[in-house]
Design a protein around this ligand. Structure first.
Ligand code: PEP
Length: 252
């Protein structure tokens, strides 16, 4: 039985003060929830303050990236070891915005993934095709390449700790959600790919989130699909009421 997971990716939004207000609002909105895991991923600067506010609360803390070295002369980078010391549980890796604007490749995703696991962090690995790739019928090829390349050399045990986020790039921040059927088709394909890379029981146990313009109105239909195990939410995670509504509309 896979527990659904709803994660909010705050991207480069929210000052520390605004992050405190947002997470305080979420704590008021989500006093009790069960059968779904909830994660918020603020910018690095706000992790410490949000971590303090979430102490003893069921909402878990995630980061949006990490560097693979533990420490050293790597100006501007943040390590898994540093994130772990702040009480971070999850870390998003290979988001399409990082692939698009910061030169992230399957190889660097793989290095970050291994560093996350080595530091006891649970990775959320993002995969997904862009519009041109979808329109030229290359969705499955691109997704297979992202999954296989990003997860290279992983043990089954580590795979079970990892969440995959299928995020069609054309649906991120555009208001265009993949239909539940379109998303389910790719999620099933990802699970089949995992079965060929690992084995069927491992593939059946891994959680695969959908991301791309998720809002409270489309959450139930998406999360009712057999291979969709939750959502990675961008824009709608920036307000407490809209994110809480998504959590409440998640089909357990
Ligand atoms: C995301 O950033 O991962 C995302 C899915 O964004 P949005 O929900 O705004 O499309």
């Amino acid at each position: 039985m896979r527990t659904k997971i709803i994660a909010g990716n705050w991207k480069m939004y929210k000052t520390v003060q605004e992050a405190i207000e947002l997470v305080s609002g979420l704590k008021r909105e989500l006093t009790a929830f069960s059968g779904v895991e909830v994660v918020v991923c603020p910018p690095f600067l706000a992790l410490d303050a949000v971590s303090d506010l979430l102490t003893g609360h069921e909402i878990k803390l995630g980061a949006q990236n990490l560097f693979w070295e533990k420490e050293g002369a790597f100006t501007g980078e943040v390590s898994g070891h540093m994130l772990k010391s702040l009480g971070v549980t999850y870390v998003i890796i290979g988001h399409s915005e990082r692939r698009q604007y910061f030169g992230e490749t399957n190889e660097t995703v793989n290095k970050r993934l291994k560093a996350a696991l080595a530091n006891g962090l649970l990775p959320i690995v993002c995969v997904g095709e862009n519009l041109q790739e979808r329109e030229s019928n290359r969705t499955f090829d691109v997704v297979r390449d992202h999954v296989t390349g990003s997860l290279a050399g992983m043990s089954k045990e580590d795979m079970l700790k990892t969440v995959i986020a299928y995020e069609p790039v054309w649906a991120i921040g555009t208001g265009k959600t993949a239909t539940a059927a379109q998303a389910q088709e790719v999620h099933r394909f990802i699970r089949q790919t995992l079965a060929s890379l690992f084995d069927q029981p491992t593939a059946n146990a891994v959680r695969i989130q959908y991301g791309g313009s998720v809002k409270s109105e489309n959450t139930a239909e998406l999360t009712a699909q057999p291979d969709i195990d939750g959502a990675l939410v961008g824009g709608a995670s920036l307000k407490a009421d809209s994110f809480a509504a998504i959590v409440k509309n998640t089909v357990k």
